[in-house]
Design a binder for this molecule. Structure first.
Ligand SMILES: [Zn+2]
Length: 289
């Protein structure tokens, strides 16, 4: 019996050592795992970069501008991200694709979703070259499609089948999606402006309704039009923008439209990274500072 008891003690000790080792040496990917939905509207200065985690997958919407790329990569690594299941590039402006090549270099990206709009810039070419070099599946998104994000979904609302033309075409053709997780919804408006908003209101109406809105186009006056806000009917808005940005975003008239609807307003220039989390029933919003 003495012999058996000693073995039992030895086994218990070994099991404890293994359990502790597993805890300490857990791969970084485990830290990216979440029990519910976590959305980080990351403070990347003037630009957009939104990390969406569900229990099943990691999704990144846009990658900020080039000066913020190291900060973005460091943020994602700190969150424990090693693999990005879905990398969505809403449109090819610098403040959305500036960090794209760095993202593709530093993380295992499984799929890239693009608006299909091209650009002549060096950062656009670097982004496409990195996708090709790594042979990453590349798909275009348009209104009507839906992406499974592992326990939640992104319903694509824009661009329409026939793209917008004219001065603001690139913004108006950006990928807009309604993120759903249980009964929670967050509308990710990319840089969509009035024309895209009007088309979405016409096509989806009350189907746009979401508790939280990621403001279109960094709080420009040409986005978050009254009819669009009425249809989305959000309780809170998150504006992604740089401190003292050269565009003077957010525009006072937009802030007034938000105030008129009594929205809670969060902004990355003053609040830092804004985190929206939900269990599919309720949600909460936290600020970095
Ligand atoms: Zn932008």
């Amino acid at each position: 019996m003495q012999f058996r008891r000693r073995w039992a003690v030895a086994f218990a000790a070994l099991a404890l050592v293994l359990a502790v080792a597993a805890g300490c040496g857990a791969p970084a990917a485990d830290r990216a795992k979440v029990d519910n939905l976590v959305v980080n509207v990351i403070d990347v200065g003037q630009g957009d970069a939104i990390l969406i985690r569900t229990p099943g997958q990691v999704t990144l919407v846009d990658s900020g501008d080039t000066p913020a790329r190291d900060k973005l990569v460091a943020y994602l690594k700190k969150q424990g991200v090693t693999t990005i299941d879905n990398f969505i590039v809403t449109h090819p402006h610098a403040d959305h694709i500036g960090g794209a090549a760095a993202i593709l270099d530093n993380f295992a990206v499984r799929k890239v979703f693009d608006s299909g709009q091209t650009a002549t810039s060096a950062i656009y070419r670097q982004y496409l070259a990195a996708v090709k070099k790594k042979d990453i599946p590349f798909a275009l998104l348009a209104a009507g499609q839906e992406i499974d994000i592992g326990g939640g979904a992104l319903k694509v609302l824009n661009p329409p089948a026939t793209p917008f033309t004219g001065e603001a075409a690139v913004n108006n053709n950006s990928i807009v999606a309604r993120l759903t997780y249980g009964n929670f919804a967050m509308l990710l408006a990319a840089d969509a402006e009035q024309d895209a908003e009007a088309a979405m209101v016409k096509r989806y109406g009350a189907g746009l309704k979401s508790q939280v809105l990621k403001s279109g186009h960094h709080g420009s006056r040409t986005s978050s039009s009254a009819a669009f806000l009425k249809a989305v009917d959000p309780e809170a808005a998150v504006i992604s923008l740089g401190k003292d940005n050269e565009y003077h975003h957010p525009h006072p008239s937009l802030l007034k439209r938000y105030a008129d609807r009594k929205l809670k307003v969060y902004r990355t220039d003053t609040d830092g990274t804004v985190t929206v989390s939900s269990d599919g029933k309720t949600y909460k919003i936290a600020k970095e500072r």
